[in-house]
Design a protein around this ligand. Structure first.
Ligand code: ACO
Length: 312
């Protein structure tokens, strides 16, 4: 049993914070941020706008796109690390806010920037075991909650947003979530983490080095496992952390830059929402076409890393 993509949706908060806006409140410049990261702007949620609010907006758009209601979904998985409430899960709150009455199970995965790949990995397993018919996966993050406004190196890197994907069980193994791989190395947990004061703490150069090794490693693993080469892939959507990381990964994999979808300039790093926001942007703008093969490698705090191969 495989799956097919039947709906997607994205939500970005209204407030846009440009690099120029940052340069008015801290010692930084558009030139520094663009040259080191490729980021030009990011969306920030309003003070009273929560991770759940953004997840609900993205989920409703995905349901509308698929032409179904929440009661047609029999599992909800939300990738996030930034929920305001410690419990219950964002996934349960989304079910409630969308008026679900069917008692479908719902849970969160905390894979940080690799969170959506972890969710896709779970979904692939559930589909192949025949356990669920329609799974909604949401990546939703309010990373602005964790910004240390006294640390200009990390403050400029992150943004907020949410995206949702709905997959349905299918007999074809060559559509939907074709393959996934996920890995973790807990020995490096403190390289990038939210500290006890809920602030982002990061060793930037080490994070950079690990990202450019591990994302290509996961992407190559998936291609080898699927018996395909770079030429067979239509689009690569790497986790959108930093343009220099993305370009270095592309070079290591021998992927031409024109096959790489970039949204980090507009959204910055939205952690677990980054890949799905990029995919939705590609589909909405006719860049990615239905039926195309997309490779989605990601890397994040944990350390976690992995990749998913999806026919959209
Ligand atoms: N504006 C201006 N100057 C700055 C800024 C800023 N926002 N931030 C740092 N600087 C200064 C530093 O103070 C330092 O100045 P100094 O030489 O006078 O001490 C100088 O710039 C260089 O600092 P470095 O930290 O060496 O900068 P580097 O070139 O390593 O770039 C960066 C920093 C962009 C964070 C880089 O390490 C990087 O890309 N790391 C990967 C991190 C990343 O993308 N994390 C996202 C989360 S990871 C994930 O999603 C998987």
């Amino acid at each position: 049993m495989g799956s097919k993509l039947i709906g997607y949706g994205a939500y970005l908060p209204e407030r846009i914070m440009t690099n120029q806006d940052f340069s008015k409140i801290m010692d930084t410049s558009d030139e520094w941020i663009v040259s080191r990261t490729g980021i030009r702007a990011r969306h920030f949620a309003g003070d009273s706008e929560s991770v759940v609010d953004m997840a609900v907006n993205a989920a409703q758009r995905a349901l509308d796109n698929a032409g179904i209601t929440i009661n047609d979904i029999d599992l909800v998985i939300v990738a996030n690390v930034s929920a305001e409430l410690d419990f219950p899960s964002v996934a349960c709150q989304v079910l409630g806010r969308l008026g679900a009455t069917g008692n479908a199970p719902a849970f969160d995965v905390r894979g940080a920037c690799t969170g959506l790949v972890y969710a896709l990995h779970c979904a692939r397993g559930f589909f192949s075991a025949g356990m669920h018919k329609r799974i909604m996966m949401i990546g939703a993050e309010k990373m602005s909650r964790f910004i240390d406004w006294g640390d200009r190196t990390t403050a400029v890197l992150f943004g907020d947003g949410a995206g949702a994907l709905i997959f349905e069980q299918s007999v074809s193994g060559y559509s939907g979530i074709i393959d996934t791989v996920v890995m973790a190395d807990g020995n490096e947990f403190d390289m990038l983490h939210g500290d006890e004061n809920h602030k982002i703490t990061m060793n930037g150069p080490e994070t950079y080095k690990k990202a450019v090794q591990l994302m290509p490693h996961a992407a190559q693993y998936i291609m080898d496992h699927a018996g395909i080469v770079a030429d067979d892939v239509d689009w690569i959507i790497p986790h959108q952390a930093n343009l220099r990381i993305i370009e270095s990964c592309a070079q290591r994999l021998d992927f031409p830059l024109n096959k790489i979808l970039i949204t980090v300039d507009k959204h910055a790093n939205t952690s677990g929402a980054s890949g799905v926001l990029a995919l939705a942007y590609g589909l909405d703008n006719g860049i990615i076409k239905h039926g195309q093969l997309v490779l989605y490698p990601a890397f994040g705090s944990g350390l976690t890393w992995g990749a998913a191969l999806i026919r959209v």
